[in-house]
Design a protein around this ligand. Structure first.
Ligand SMILES: NC(=O)c1ccc[n+]([C@@H]2O[C@H](COP(=O)([O-])OP(=O)(O)OC[C@H]3O[C@@H](n4cnc5c(N)ncnc54)[C@H](OP(=O)(O)O)[C@@H]3O)[C@@H](O)[C@H]2O)c1
Length: 336
């Protein structure tokens, strides 16, 4: 697996990282350990988690898994969304809910809304920060995290100098190697505009539907800016829409003939090849972190980043064609 320089004291990580939002959430303990094991064995060395993931249990399972492996990986975690303790009844129905979701993925949105309602959001105070990091370190069984992100903060957080000072102190104390912000594009844009020297690590949604932040960051901050792309497939519905667009490009006479032939070979890693390579190459991103709890997705994603069937020019062409097609759909749907 290709390893990239993250620009922090020689810190390196695999270009394909592992998003742990579904660990102990959508997927239970055994499935999570299997997925983590397969990822690690394939050379994935970047793991992104958060206090809130997996009903607050994702960090602990990752820590358990990484025992004896800590030095060979980069751990990214977040603070600011606090998991609410689960009642016994809720814990008891979780395995049943996971089964329902595995056969009825369309119910996922409703469940996510329900889960969202269970989190206490916007905990961006110095006290919560210190408490949250202490908990993260204990759960992750480590004395430092490599990347510590604010988790989806409001834009006003950029005015909270006391919080940024406290985050910086964690770096000085050796509890975090680098601090940053993980947020939606408008907040990242505001952070870029502010140009703070302390916030040089960014995590943001980056998919074929929206690569604006990646473009904005292309020339920002030099080599020691960390750029992590999350939500690359745009979730389940994004993956389905992208496949539809690819099928129509495979039929479109405006698509170059050789590329059309490649798009007609619809195998398991076609989607991953285009999505992940567009983000990494076209977006100039160091690490992209899909959720890939299913073995087939993990396999496709690894195959895609290790060997693309497309040339750099074809990836560039596809990016422009998909963006234009998505824009056209948005206009037709009236969402612009
Ligand atoms: N605010 C934040 O900080 C924030 C927000 C969102 C996400 N994140 C991070 O980003 C990670 C990924 O985000 P996400 O899960 O929202 O979005 P995503 O990775 O775009 O979507 C994941 C969905 O696509 C599926 N998938 C994975 N590889 C595939 C492939 N090759 N072909 C078709 N489908 C594929 C996954 O299935 P399986 O998992 O079942 O294999 C899952 O259903 C999270 O785990 C988290 O670490 C952070």
């Amino acid at each position: 697996m290709r390893q990239v320089d993250l620009g922090i004291d020689g810190m390196r990580a695999s270009t394909l990282g592992f998003g742990c939002a579904a660990v102990m959430g959508r997927v239970g303990r055994n499935g999570s350990l299997t997925a983590l094991g397969a990822a690690y064995d394939a050379g994935i060395t970047f793991y992104d988690t958060a206090r809130s993931y997996g009903y607050g249990e994702s960090e602990a399972l990752l820590g358990e898994f990484l025992r004896g492996r800590r030095q060979s990986v980069v751990i990214s975690t977040k603070f600011g969304i606090v998991p609410v303790p689960q009642s016994r009844i809720k814990n008891a129905v979780k395995p049943f809910a996971r089964k329902v979701l595995s056969v009825l993925p369309s119910a996922r949105k409703a469940v996510q809304r329900q889960i969202g309602a269970q989190f206490l959001k916007d905990h961006f105070t110095v006290e919560v920060l210190r408490d949250s990091v202490a908990t993260s370190l204990r759960k992750l069984r480590t004395d430092y995290v490599d990347l510590l992100f604010m988790h989806s903060p409001p834009v006003t957080v950029l005015q909270q100098d006391d919080l940024l000072d406290a985050m910086q102190r964690l770096v000085e104390e050796g509890k975090a190697r680098r601090i940053g912000i993980s947020a939606d594009p408008p907040v990242i844009e505001a952070a870029i505009a502010k140009g703070s020297d302390r916030l040089r690590s960014f995590q943001f949604p980056c998919s074929l539907f929206d690569m604006r932040v990646a473009d904005r960051l292309r020339h920002y901050g030099g080599d020691n800016t960390v750029k992590v792309a999350n939500h690359p497939f745009g979730g389940l519905s994004g993956a389905a829409t992208t496949m539809e667009v690819l099928k129509s490009l495979a039929r479109d006479s405006n698509t170059p003939a050789e590329l059309r032939d490649k798009l007609r070979i619809v195998d398991e890693s076609l989607l991953a090849d285009i999505v992940l390579n567009t983000i990494v190459l076209g977006g100039n991103i160091q690490t992209v972190i899909p959720s890939m709890m299913s073995p087939s997705h993990l396999k496709s994603n690894i195959a895609a980043v290790e060997h693309s069937r497309f040339t750099a020019e074809e990836i560039q062409w596809l990016r422009a064609a998909i963006e234009s097609s998505v824009r056209h759909r948005d206009i037709q749907d009236g969402s612009e």
